[in-house]
Design a binder for this molecule. Structure first.
Ligand code: ADP
Ligand code: MG
Length: 797
C-alpha cells in the first residue's frame, strides 16, 4: 500500500552536507508490524517524517495506494497527515495546556468532526489505551507510560491507515515499554504500523518484519514486499480548523499564564481608556453645546438692519486662532524688527449700509417655509394713539421705545434699533412687533413661544397683547404711557387690562399745519377720537415667555402684528405731513435742518416709508440655519458690495468659536491617546512573538496532526483576538467607571451634570479598534509561526 522509490533526502547545514536517506526504495503491505532498526543518525526519523508527510524529499517518489504524492499540494499533505497518518513521538509531544481528552480530540477538530462525535471517539480510544481514569488530567500529571498512551490514543483517533511510531519506548522503563509495545502490536492487526527503534530485542520480539538502516540505506529486510502496480484508490478529506477551535486552544493557553495575560491586557487597555475618556468628554461637551444651540439659538433669528456694520469672517478667524493659542499654548512668533508697522483700519473693517430694495423684500418673503418658520419686521412707524378713559380722551403710547420716537426723534429710534441688532448677549431683543409665521399650520409665533395668562392670542391685525416678564412684572411707565392709573398701586388685575381699546389716529387728523407752515400735534383729542378714519385696536391677551424658551425677542410691554404697522403706513403714506416732509429738508415739526439719514428715519417714523428698518429671519431649527444662510447668501452672490445685504448671525459666531475649539482640543488629546495605543500595539507584537517561541512545539504537533499553515496563523490570531477584545472591554469598563468621578468634578466646577457620557456606539467601536489593532500587531508573528518547518518545530525543546 505504501511504496518509496529512490527517495533521497539531504540536509545542508552551512558547508556540511548530510545524506539522511540515500536512494531509499522499499514497499509496505496494507497490514503489517514493521520495525526499523538502526543506529542513531542512520536516517530513521527522517524516514518516518517523509512517510508521514512532515518533511519533503529531494528526489524519488512516494506512492500511497497507487497515488503519487509528487503532485500533492500543501493542502493535500495537510489532509494526508490528518487522515492517513498517525504519529507517535519518542517525547510524546502532548500539548501541556490541554486536558488529556482535549489533546486526543485535537486531530478531530482539525477535520471538523462534530463535538459530540469527537467526545465519543476520544473516550473510546482512551478506553482502548486504558486511560479512562485520567480523562481530565493534564499531561504533566501523568507518568511517561501514560503520556505515551495518550499520544497513541491521539494518533489512533482518526483511525489512520498508517501508524508511525518514532522510538515510542525510548523514554520508558522495560516493563512500561513492553506494555506499550503490546498495545501497538494489538493496533497493527488492522493497519500498517512502522515502529522505529534502536533496540534489537524489542524489534525481534514484536515486529513481523525488521528492516535495518545504516547511513540512509537499507542493509537488511526480513520480509521484503514487492508492490504490484495498483490503480489510484486513495482519497483525501481536506482539513480546516474552525476559528472557534483556535479560540478555545488560545484561551486555554492564556489560562495557563494568567498573570502575564492580565498584565498585558491592563497595559494595552491604557490607550483605549485614554481615547474613551476623551471621546466621552468631547461628545459630552458637544451634546451640551448642541443642546444649548438647539434650544437656545435655533430660535435666535438672523438679523438684517438698514444700517449694519459688517462682522467679517477674517475677524472671526483671528479671534478663533487667538483663543486656540491661549488654550493650547502655541503662539505665533512676535514680529522681529526695529520698525513700527502701520495699518489702516479703513482697509480692514468695512462699514456697510444695507439697502432694502423691493426686490430684496420680495426675495426674503419667498424664502422656503420648510427651512424658515417665521419672518419678522420692525418698522420705525410711529402710532398716534388715543385712549378714552372714562370719557376723557388722552394720548397714549405703546412702549418706551416708541415713546422716545413720539418726541419726534426718529434718528434716535433708529440708533436704538441698530444697537439692538448688534446685541452681544443672548438676552431678549426687546421688539414690539412679533414675527409672522410663513405656514398657517405651524401655529403662531406667540402661541409657540409665549404662554397665555389671560384673554386670547391675537386673532386679527388689530389685536394687541401685553407681554410681561417671568415674574409677571412690567415697567410701570409702560402702563402709565398706556393711560393706566398706576399711582399708589403695586399691581393691576389682568381683567382690568384685557379688553382695553385704543384708537390709532391717522396723520391727517393728528397733525395740523401752523401758520408758519410747520406741523404740530392736534389738541382736540375728542374730535380725533371720534373720527372714522382711525383704527381701533384692543389688548386681547396677556402673555409670558414660556419657561423652556431661552431667547424671547419681545420686550415687555405691548406687542402687535406687523400687519398693524403696515395698515398705519398704508393710511399715512399719502398724508399731508408726509408729503410736506418729503419736500422739505428741515424737520417739518421742529423746523430744524436734518441730514439725509435723519430725514429718512423721520419719514419712516411718520409712516412715509413702508420699508422695514429691520428684518429677522427665523430658521426652523438649528440644522436649517445653514440653508437659510445660503439662501440669503445667494441673493448677494455676484452683486456689487453696495447692493449686498449683510446679515448678523450671532448664534453662528458663538457656535463657530465653541465648535472649533472643542474640535482642536479633542484632536490633540486623541493624538496623545493614539500614541499609547500604538505603544500597546508594539507590545502585543512582542508578546505574540514570545508566545510563538513558547508554543513552537505545539505548532509542530498541530502540523503533524494535519493543521494547515492557515490554521496555525489562526491560533495566534485567536490569541491576539482574545487579548484585543479583553483589553478593549477592560479599557471601556475602566473609562466608564472614570466618568463617574469626572462628572462629579465637572458638576462641582461648572454646574453641568452628566457631561462625560460614553456612547454605546463609541464603546463598541473602540473595542473593535482595539481588537483589530492587536490582531494586526500579532499577525506578523502569527505568520512567522505558520511558516515554521514542522520537523524543526518538533525538534525544539
Ligand atoms: P535517526 O532518527 O536515525 O537517529 P535522523 O533521521 O534524525 O536519524 O538523522 C539522519 C541524519 O540526518 C543525521 O546525520 C542527522 O544529523 C541529519 N539530520 C536530521 N535532521 C536534520 C536537520 N534538520 N538538519 C540537519 N541535519 C539533519
Ligand atoms: Mg531519530
Amino acid at each position: 500500500m505504501l511504496e518509496l522509490r529512490n527517495i533521497r533526502k539531504t540536509y545542508h547545514v552551512g558547508d556540511t552536507e548530510t545524506r539522511a536517506l540515500d536512494d531509499m526504495s522499499v514497499a509496505f503491505r496494507e497490514r503489517d508490524f514493521v520495525a526499523i532498526l538502526g543506529k542513531s543518525g542512520s536516517g530513521k526519523t527522517t524516514f518516518l517524517n517523509i512517510i508521514g508527510g512532515l518533511d519533503r524529499y529531494d528526489s524519488g517518489e512516494l506512492i500511497i495506494k497507487g497515488k503519487k504524492t509528487s503532485d500533492f499540494k500543501e493542502d493535500d499533505w495537510d489532509a494526508y497527515r490528518n487522515s492517513a497518518i498517525g504519529f507517535v513521538f519518542q517525547s510524546y509531544n502532548l500539548i501541556s495546556h490541554l486536558s488529556i481528552v482535549a489533546n486526543v480530540e485535537l486531530g478531530m477538530t482539525l477535520s471538523g468532526v462534530p463535538a459530540e462525535e469527537r467526545q465519543k471517539r476520544a473516550l473510546q480510544v482512551l478506553d482502548q489505551v486504558d486511560l479512562t481514569d485520567h480523562l481530565n488530567k493534564r499531561p504533566n500529571q501523568l507518568s511517561g507510560g501514560q503520556m505515551q498512551r495518550v499520544a497513541i490514543a491521539r494518533a489512533l483517533v482518526n483511525n489512520p491507515e498508517i501508524l508511525l511510531c518514532d522510538e515510542p519506548t525510548g523514554a520508558l522503563d522495560t516493563v512500561t515499554s513492553m506494555q506499550i509495545m503490546d498495545l501497538i502490536k494489538e493496533l497493527a492487526k488492522n493497519r500498517l504500523v512502522i515502529v522505529v527503534t534502536h533496540n534489537p530485542e524489542i524489534a525481534e520480539k514484536y515486529a513481523l518484519r525488521v528492516i535495518r538502516f545504516q547511513d540512509g540505506k537499507i542493509i537488511s529486510d526480513t520480509h521484503p514486499h514487492e508492490e504490484r502496480p495498483k490503480p489510484d484508490s486513495f482519497s483525501l478529506k481536506k482539513t480546516s480548523m474552525s476559528f472557534l477551535t483556535a479560540l478555545k486552544l488560545s484561551f486555554n493557553n492564556l489560562r495557563t499564564k494568567k498573570g502575564r495575560t492580565a498584565l498585558t491586557v491592563i497595559a494595552s487597555s491604557i490607550g483605549i481608556i485614554g481615547i474613551a475618556v476623551i471621546l466621552s468628554l468631547s461628545t459630552g461637551f458637544k451634546t451640551q453645546i448642541d443642546h444649548f444651540q438647539g434650544n437656545t439659538m435655533a430660535e435666535f433669528p438672523i438679523i438684517m438692519t438698514q444700517s449694519s456694520a459688517e462682522i467679517d469672517a477674517a475677524n472671526v478667524a483671528t479671534m478663533q486662532n487667538l483663543m486656540k493659542e491661549k488654550l493650547l499654548g502655541t503662539t505665533t512668533a512676535d514680529a522681529n524688527s526695529d520698525e513700527v508697522y502701520l495699518s489702516d483700519p479703513a482697509k480692514t473693517t468695512i462699514v456697510h449700509t444695507n439697502v432694502f430694495t423691493d426686490a430684496y423684500m420680495n426675495y426674503v418673503n419667498k424664502i422656503d417655509p420648510t427651512i424658515c418658520s417665521n419672518v419678522g419686521y420692525t418698522r420705525i412707524v410711529g402710532m398716534n394713539m388715543l385712549r378714552d378713559v372714562n370719557g376723557t380722551v388722552t394720548p397714549v403710547s405703546l412702549n418706551s421705545v416708541l415713546a422716545s420716537m413720539s418726541s419726534g426723534q426718529g434718528a434716535t429710534a433708529a440708533s436704538t434699533m441698530t444697537s439692538m441688532a448688534n446685541v452681544t448677549s443672548m438676552s431678549s431683543i426687546g421688539l414690539s412687533s412679533y414675527p409672522k409665521e410663513l405656514k398657517e399650520s405651524d401655529g403662531s409665533y406667540l402661541s409657540k413661544n409665549y404662554d397665555l395668562l389671560a384673554g386670547v392670542y391675537p386673532q386679527s391685525a388689530t389685536d394687541l397683547v401685553l407681554v410681561v416678564d417671568s415674574k409677571n412684572t412690567i415697567d410701570l411707565n409702560a402702563l402709565k404711557d398706556l393711560g393706566f392709573k398706576t399711582e399708589g398701586l403695586t399691581s393691576i388685575k389682568f381683567t382690568d387690562i384685557v379688553g382695553t381699546e385704543f384708537k390709532i389716529i391717522c396723520n391727517d387728523d393728528y397733525y395740523v399745519q401752523t401758520k408758519f407752515g410747520s406741523y404740530l400735534p392736534n389738541n382736540d383729542y375728542h374730535a380725533m377720537y371720534a373720527s372714522d378714519k382711525g383704527i381701533t385696536v384692543k389688548i386681547v391677551g396677556i402673555v409670558r415667555q414660556k419657561q423652556d424658551v431661552k431667547v424671547g425677542i419681545l420686550g415687555s410691554g405691548i406687542a402687535y402684528s406687523d400687519e398693524l404697522s403696515q395698515m398705519v403706513v398704508d393710511s399715512d403714506a399719502s398724508s399731508a405731513i408726509v408729503k410736506a416732509q418729503k419736500a422739505s429738508s428741515n424737520n417739518v415739526i421742529t423746523m430744524q435742518p436734518m441730514d439725509k439719514e435723519t430725514k429718512a428715519s423721520f419719514l419712516s417714523y411718520l409712516g412715509g416709508d413702508a420699508t422695514p428698518f429691520m428684518v429677522m429671519v427665523y430658521p426652523r431649527n438649528f440644522a436649517d440655519k445653514t440653508a437659510v444662510i445660503s439662501y440669503l447668501d445667494a441673493y448677494n452672490n455676484g452683486k456689487a458690495i453696495k447692493d449686498q445685504v449683510v446679515y448678523t448671525d450671532l448664534a453662528g459666531t458663538v457656535t463657530k468659536l465653541t465648535g472649533g475649539i472643542m474640535d482642536a482640543i479633542t484632536s490633540v488629546l486623541i493624538a496623545f491617546a493614539a500614541i499609547s495605543l500604538i505603544v500597546s500595539l508594539i507590545m502585543i507584537s512582542i508578546i505574540t512573538y514570545t508566545s510563538v517561541l513558547e508554543r513552537t512545539k505545539e505548532i509542530g504537533v498541530l502540523r503533524s496532526l494535519g493543521a494547515r499553515k492557515k490554521d496555525i496563523t489562526r491560533v495566534f490570531d485567536a490569541e491576539t483576538f482574545i487579548l484585543g477584545v479583553s483589553s478593549g472591554a477592560l479599557g471601556i469598563a475602566i473609562a466608564w467607571l472614570l466618568t463617574i468621578p469626572i462628572n462629579a468634578i465637572l458638576l462641582h466646577l461648572t454646574g453641568l451634570s452628566g457631561v462625560a457620557n460614553l456612547q454605546i456606539l463609541q464603546a463598541v467601536l473602540l473595542i473593535a479598534i482595539s481588537t483589530v489593532l492587536t490582531v494586526l500587531g500579532g499577525h506578523i508573528p502569527a505568520l512567522m509561526a505558520s511558516k515554521m518547518d514542522p520537523v524543526e518545530a518538533l525538534r525544539t525543546e
